[in-house]
Write a protein that binds this ligand. Structure first.
Ligand code: SAM
Ligand code: ZN
Length: 282
């Protein structure tokens, strides 16, 4: 049996059909066909190459372990609450651009009261998409969010974009009228107690103003920005995961990092996020 989807063929831009026999695959009317990897995700980047370095298996593990401790649960809760009233009661179509493990998306799906959920998770990391493919109602796809997104025009109520690259023109295209884009950024004081000692990258200043300008130029009106800030009590294993799951994980040696986190010991650390809501105008 084949089911029509709002996912577009990356070769010819026509709608893809999902079938599960003989194995899970997506195919378009022109015969382009994509088989799911055995872990359940689809790789649309095969043969295309990308300029970006994907998060590695150990980095994605670190992210999953950190998130499973619940330290970012208040953020997940805030995001899930933000979408109330922005989708029909019985249906939620959501796209997560740069989804990572799909932690926030998973929480959103779990808390949505909608009977019917259709989720598309995109990330350049295969290791991340292996995790996201396990979420219910979700197609997980290896894809570069700087390219045209493989989702039909006006096919989504919500675009989620947490700590990941922004492509406002494409977010605008795939959103329905009055649909919302939730963008999460790290605030200036996020993890301030440990950033330097654990070799984590600094946070650019004045991000909010340039974000609002960029999204506004693409037809996404800024509705509100909230700062969510709270203290986290972190063990040395949490500190390790936190440093290793971020961009610094591409450069850090796990042994050197482990020695650093052991010598730091347990810490009280400030989490501080900007949660920005943009609405697609007419
Ligand atoms: C800091 S992580 C955030 C992941 C997830 N949103 C979360 O908050 O747990 C950034 C993610 O963006 C992905 N990423 C980076 N560049 C990308 C690109 N050009 N296209 C798609 N994903 C990208 C990385 O692989 C990584 O999973
Ligand atoms: Zn095609």
């Amino acid at each position: 049996m084949s089911n029509s989807t709002t996912v577009l063929c990356p070769v010819c831009d026509q709608s893809l059909f999902l079938s599960t026999e003989p194995r899970r695959n997506l195919n378009c009317p022109d015969g382009h066909r994509f088989d799911a990897a055995k872990q359940g995700y689809f790789n649309f980047l095969t043969g295309r190459g990308t300029n970006f370095i994907e998060d590695t298996g150990p980095m994605v593990n670190a992210r999953e372990n950190f998130q499973n401790q619940g330290h970012y649960a208040p953020l997940a809760k805030e995001l899930s609450a933000s979408i109330a009233g922005h989708h029909p009661e019985n249906k939620l179509d959501v796209l997560d651009a740069g989804a990572g493990t799909g932690y926030y998306l998973g929480e959103m799906i779990a808390s949505a009261s909608a009977a019917e959920v259709d989720a598309l998770a995109l990330d350049i990391s295969r290791y991340a998409m292996r995790r996201a493919a396990k979420l219910p109602h979700t197609l997980a796809m290896v894809w570069d969010v700087w390219r045209r997104l493989p989702s039909a025009d006006q096919s989504r109520d919500v675009v989620l974009n947490c700590f990941a690259p922004h492509n406002p023109a494409e977010f605008h295209r795939v959103l329905r009228k009055r649909g919302i884009c939730l963008v999460v950024t790290a605030a200036q004081d996020h993890l301030q107690e440990i950033r330097e000692s654990l070799g984590m990258l600094g946070i650019a200043e004045n991000k909010e103003a340039s974000l609002i300008e960029k999204f506004g130029a693409a037809g996404l009106r800024h509705q509100q920005s909230t700062n969510l800030s709270y203290a986290m009590d972190l063990q040395t294993s949490d500190l390790f995961n936190l440093a290793f799951m971020g961009p610094a994980g591409h450069h850090l040696s796990p042994e050197v990092l482990r020695a650093k986190t052991d010598s730091l010991g347990a810490q009280r650390v400030n989490a501080s996020f900007g949660v920005h809501i943009f609405v697609r105008e007419g």
